[in-house]
Design a protein around this ligand. Structure first.
Ligand code: MTE
Length: 330
C-alpha cells in the first residue's frame, strides 16, 4: 500500500478471464470427484481456467487429501451466497493479484515467492483475557467448527474490488468457545515472522509480524470469518494460508493473513498500517465512499476481472449488519 498501483500495467484482457459459470461448474465437478482427483485438479490450474493465460498462479495445496476428504467443498451459507448485481471474480485474479508484504510489495508477484513458506503444522495461540487460553492446533479448530462457504464483496483501500467465495468458520463461534472475560473489549490478530521463508521480511522496511485488531462487538458480529479456503478448496499461500481473517465491511488490510496468535485485551491495540502511516490508515477502516483516502477518492472501485468501475457502497454493502456498531468512528 506504500507503493499504491491504481492502474497497473498487469491486466488480463477480458477474453482471457473465465466467467463465473466456470467457477460454479468447477464446483459441481469437485463435488462429483473423489478427493484423490481433487489434488490433481487443483495442481493443474489449466483444467480450471479455460483459455490462454500469461502466468500460472500456482495455487499450492496446504492440506493432505485425507484431511480434506470430508471437509471440502463445504456447505454454502444460505444467507451469504449471493451478491446482488455482481458475479464471482475468476480465481485467476484472486490468486495472482495479492497484497502480502511479508513476501513482496509487488502484487502480481506474490504467488512467485510463497513456495518456501511452510504452513503445516500450524497452531494458533489464544491468550489474554479469556478463560481458555491455549495453543490450539489448526486442524483441531477446523474439525471442531464446521466449515461454510460465503460469497463476500472484498474492497481494498486501493480502490479495487472482487467478489470472493471464502470457506471458513464464523469468528463469533471461536470467541464463544474460548470464553472471553467481561473486561475483554478488543481482539488482536498477530501474524508470523520467518525471514528465511519470506523474501519481503528479509528486505522490507516494516516491523514484522503483521498485526491487526477488532473491537469485541465488531468481532462477535456474524460477518467476520476465519478463512481456511476459497473457491471450494483450501486457501492458497498467497491468499493467507493456512488461516486468515475476512472482515467484509472494512478495507482489505483489516483482513489479515497467516494468523498465529489471537490476544484478548481491555485496551485498544495497535495495528500494522495505522502505526506505519497513521494519516492514511485508521483503526476502524470501514468502507466509506464519502471519506476519501488522503491521496485518492473512495467513491468508486475498479472491479477486477471486469472492465468497469462501480460506485462504492457504505460499509461495502454490509450496513444492514454493522452500521449500528458505529457512531463517530471511521
Ligand atoms: N495480511 C498480511 N499478513 N500481510 C499483508 O501484507 N495485506 C492486506 C490483507 N492482509 C496483508 C494482509 C491487504 S492490504 C489486503 S488488500 C488483503 O490482505 C489482500 O488479500 P488478497 O491478497 O487475498 O486479495
Amino acid at each position: 500500500m506504500a507503493n499504491v498501483i491504481l492502474h497497473p500495467e498487469w491486466h488480463l484482457k477480458e477474453k482471457e478471464a473465465s466467467p463465473e459459470s466456470v467457477y460454479w461448474s468447477r464446483k459441481q465437478i469437485l463435488r462429483g470427484f473423489g478427493t484423490a482427483s481433487l489434488a490433481t485438479i487443483l495442481s493443474s490450474p489449466e483444467t480450471i481456467f479455460a483459455g490462454p493465460r500469461r502466468s500460472n498462479p500456482n495455487p499450492s495445496l496446504q492440506y493432505d487429501p485425507s484431511f480434506l476428504k470430508n471437509l471440502f467443498p463445504p456447505k454454502r451459507s444460505r444467507s451469504f451466497s449471493f451478491v446482488k448485481g455482481r458475479t464471482v471474480t475468476p480465481e485467476i485474479y484472486a490468486s495472482s493479484y495479492n497484497n502480502y508484504y511479508e513476501f513482496t510489495e509487488r502484487k502480481e508477484d506474490v504467488w512467485k515467492y510463497v513456495s518456501r513458506f511452510r504452513t503445516r503444522p500450524w497452531t494458533i495461540k489464544i491468550g489474554g483475557l479469556v478463560k481458555k487460553p491455549r495453543r490450539y492446533d489448526l486442524e483441531f479448530l477446523i474439525r471442531k467448527f464446521s466449515l461454510e462457504e460465503r460469497v463476500y464483496r472484498f474492497r481494498c483501500v486501493e480502490a479495487w474490488s472482487m467478489i470472493l467465495p471464502w470457506v471458513g468458520i464464523p469468528l463469533q463461534k471461536l470467541i464463544r468457545y474460548v470464553e472471553p472475560h467481561s473486561k475483554a473489549r478488543y481482539l488482536s490478530f498477530i501474524g508470523w515472522n520467518k525471514p528465511s521463508q519470506a523474501h519481503g521480511q528479509r528486505y522490507g522496511n516494516y516491523s514484522w509480524p503483521y498485526y491487526e485488531a477488532l473491537r469485541m462487538d465488531e468481532a462477535v458480529n456474524e460477518l467476520p470469518l476465519l478463512v481456511v479456503g476459497m473457491y471450494g478448496h483450501p486457501l492458497t499461500k498467497q491468499n493467507g494460508a493456512p488461516i486468515r481473517l475476512i472482515v467484509p465491511w472494512k478495507y482489505g488490510f483489516k483482513s489479515m493473513k497467516g494468523i498465529t496468535r489471537i490476544e484478548f485485551s481491555s485496551r485498544k491495540p495497535h495495528t500494522f498500517w495505522n502505526d506505519a502511516v497513521p494519516k492514511e490508515y485508521g483503526f476502524y477502516a470501514n468502507v466509506n465512499p464519502k471519506r476519501p483516502h488522503p491521496r485518492w477518492s473512495q467513491a468508486y472501485e475498479r472491479v477486477l476481472g471486469e472492465r468497469r468501475k462501480i460506485r462504492t457502497l457504505p460499509y461495502n454493502g454490509y450496513g444492514k449488519w454493522v452500521a449500528k456498531l458505529y457512531k463517530n468512528e471511521v
